[in-house]
Design a protein around this ligand. Structure first.
Ligand SMILES: O=C(O)CCC(=O)C(=O)O
Ligand SMILES: [Fe+2]
Length: 230
């Protein structure tokens, strides 16, 4: 998958232009900064976005240089995402299908990011500090490194481990579990070394942004564990 994503991003801009859009209802999108013209600085990366589920793109809509691997990876990562939803439900003492029965938790898309070598890394970041605004994220990263999480007010590296995936718990999971799972703050450094390639698969969809209100699961609340405000 990493190699397929590299092939896509290393094509001529003329070829990638076909996928460039800010219309987030499209299933396959090439773009750079979501918050273009809103944020004070630009993130040092490009991204290819594709829907995973429930309505993946017709393969013909996917770039030819990574079509087969994107179809296969999307299938496998969906399976893993759903398995994690079951395991997280069980870990909380809920019925295994609890999260899977929440329609919003089952939607997914991936963001395949390409962080070019940065000549002045002290001036920006690859991805700014943030928490993922969703349920959970499955991250595949190459061997370059640069992903960090904020732990007790210190930025700690998440070193790449061959064959390993990183699982981020997001804001919605924190809210519905009333804080039992914490949404972790993280960022990606801009670096001289590059490119760095990563594929972040997000379950539930945070696109398009919505004003849906999430509340803690009733079974997880009690007198000793009243609803938190986050
Ligand atoms: O590139 C990475 O390793 C993670 C990117 C990320 O945090 C995100 O896309 O939300
Ligand atoms: Fe993230």
């Amino acid at each position: 998958m990493i190699e397929g994503i590299r092939r896509f991003h290393e094509q001529d801009a003329e070829v990638k232009k076909e996928y460039y859009t800010r219309d987030f209802t499209k299933k396959v999108i090439f773009l750079s900064n979501f918050d273009l013209f809103q944020a004070s600085s630009a993130s040092w990366r490009d991204a290819l976005l594709s829907t995973i589920t429930p309505n993946p793109p017709d393969p013909i809509q996917l770039p030819l240089v990574c079509r087969d691997i994107v179809v296969e990876y999307s299938k496998q990562v969906k399976h893993l995402g759903y398995t994690l939803l079951e395991l997280l439900s069980e870990a909380l003492g809920l019925e295994p299908n609890h999260f899977k029965n929440m329609e919003f938790a089952k939607q997914g898309f991936f963001l395949a990011q390409y962080y070019p070598s940065c000549p002045e890394p002290e001036l920006t970041l690859g991805t700014k500090r943030h928490t993922d605004p969703n349920f959970l994220t499955i991250v595949l990263q190459d061997q370059v490194g640069g992903l960090q999480i904020l732990h007790e007010n210190h930025w700690m590296d998440v070193p790449p481990i061959p064959g390993a995936l990183v699982i981020n718990t997001g804001d919605v999971l924190q809210i519905v579990t009333n804080g039992r799972f914490k949404s972790v703050e993280h960022r990606v450094l801009a670096q001289h070394e590059g490119p760095r390639i990563s594929v972040a698969s997000f379950f539930n969809s945070c696109f398009p942004p919505s004003s849906k209100v999430y509340t803690p699961i009733k079974e997880l609340l009690s007198e000793e564990n009243p609803p938190n405000d986050k």
